[in-house]
Design a protein around this ligand. Structure first.
Ligand SMILES: [Zn+2]
Length: 443
């Protein structure tokens, strides 16, 4: 498989017996929005594809359940930070399920790893890459000229100070970032430097070190996290282990809504739960998969309508084959004739070479369109070949979740009754029954 590595800024071939994958998860102070869902769906496609190819993988996802925003929101609502974080962690798990995301190998809330974090930070101090000042511990960036900034492709001396880096007089260099934060408010733990809590950037570096024990294969996250978060993750891991954190850094592009960049501060985010309730998971998956994951993506009503049309089209085809075969009107044949018109025998080969080529999912969507066209012609001839089963396989790898009912005797009788009414030219009655059948997800 070939993927675009943001660090080397080139396509990188990856071929290992067992993939180690990490994705930066959410801070559970609120519901997640569809921008947060993009890296999750991106990772899900990789994981599903590996499973399809029978390649082993380990996939770790974190949950940030210690954070200033959690402290603030919990205080506003007069509940404990644990309770507040638990409410939104549960909501996140629910979103994962509704997004049809395959369960990661492990999901770790950072609060369960405090003793490991303390050892990790202490180790950085002992190695001379971190220092304590007035109960805070900072990473000393001064020794990393040339490496720090490599991921976000910027010179360490030209970093945009003040915008995304806290100004702090305790720091040796303005770019130094906090590993352990002294605190009097909110949840805190006792360390050798006094009471405090871990900094966000240390969390992912520690979890990767603790879980995988070695350089991982793929690190996934949104492009907005590239600097400073991913840069800081990488430099800590390098300081601790004298090697790269990940062989490939995968970054997905950000989302816009009606041409305005989606952000919490602009209050134009769409929550996953709201999007799914209104348009369904297949619509969101189609929108993400029909564009290259590295590119920015603008979502508007036209695109949502287009996604719903596509989903309806594919679902209608799957249902037609489902009920057609149930009443014996369509026969599934277990062979794929070499058909020069459609090159149907090439579908799976094409599919695999497209995904192997930096996850070319937009072209896979076109391939599905071609397969649907092919199958629709076959339905008219009442014989559907293996293209159908291949289509089901591809749909599964892309994580679409179509609601195709397993038809029982009663359903089959009703379909036959509908067909008879058409045969008898009782079209009014047939139309009414057809509507009932549609509403019952039968046809
Ligand atoms: Zn992270």
């Amino acid at each position: 498989m070939k993927l675009y590595d943001s660090l080397k800024r080139e396509f990188t071939e990856i071929n290992v017996p067992k993939f180690c994958i990490y994705t930066c998860g959410p801070t559970v102070y609120d519901y997640i929005h569809i921008g947060n869902a993009r890296p999750l769906i991106l990772t899900d496609i990789i994981v599903r594809y590996l499973e399809y190819k029978e390649i082993k993988y380990k996939y770790l996802l974190n949950i940030t359940d210690i954070d200033d925003k959690i402290i603030q929101k919990a205080a506003e609502q007069n509940i404990t930070e644990e309770d507040h974080a638990q409410i939104y962690a549960d909501a996140f798990f629910n979103d994962l399920k509704n997004l049809n995301i395959k369960s990661p190998t492990l999901i770790t809330p950072i609060s369960s790893k405090i003793s490991e974090i303390l050892i990790f930070i202490d180790d950085l101090i002992k190695k001379g890459f971190a220092y304590e000042k007035k109960g805070n511990v900072y990473f000393d960036i001064g020794q990393w000229n040339g490496e720090y900034g490599a991921l976000s492709n910027q010179n360490i001396n030209n970093l945009n100070m003040g915008e995304r880096i806290e100004i702090d007089e305790n720091k040796k260099n303005p770019q130094d970032f906090i590993l352990w934060k002294k605190t009097k408010t909110g949840k805190k733990w006792l360390s050798k430097w006094g009471f405090g809590r871990p900094g966000w950037h240390t969390e992912c570096a520690l979890l990767i070190d603790d879980f995988f024990k070695d350089t991982i294969d793929i690190h996934v996250g949104g492009i907005d996290l590239k600097f400073p978060h991913h840069e800081n993750e990488r430099i800590q891991y390098m300081a601790k282990n004298s090697k790269e954190l990940s062989n490939i850094w995968l970054h997905n592009g950000h989302l816009s809504i009606d041409d305005i960049k989606m952000s919490k501060s602009l209050k134009n985010t769409i929550l996953v739960k709201d999007y799914l309730e209104e348009n369904g998971v297949n619509s969101l998956r189609y929108i993400f998969l029909n564009s290259n994951y590295t590119q920015p993506l603008n979502i508007n009503q036209d695109l949502i309508n287009q996604s719903i049309d596509w989903v309806t089209k594919v679902e209608a085809l799957l249902r037609t084959v489902n009920w057609g075969t149930a009443i014996g009107e369509v026969v599934l044949i277990n062979e794929t004739p070499i058909d020069e018109d459609f090159n149907s025998y090439k579908f799976i080969t094409n599919f695999e070479s497209l995904l192997d080529d930096d996850l070319n999912t937009p072209m896979v969507i076109s391939l599905i369109d071609e397969m649907c066209k092919n199958i629709n012609i076959q339905i008219k001839n009442k014989r559907v070949d293996l293209t159908y089963k291949k289509l089901l396989k591809i749909i599964k790898v892309l994580g679409f979740n179509f609601d195709i009912k397993k038809l029982d005797k009663k359903d089959i009788e009703k379909i036959k009754e509908w067909k008879l009414l058409i045969y008898q030219k009782k079209f009014d009655k047939a139309d009414k029954l057809r509507e009932t059948l549609k509403q019952g997800n039968i046809i």
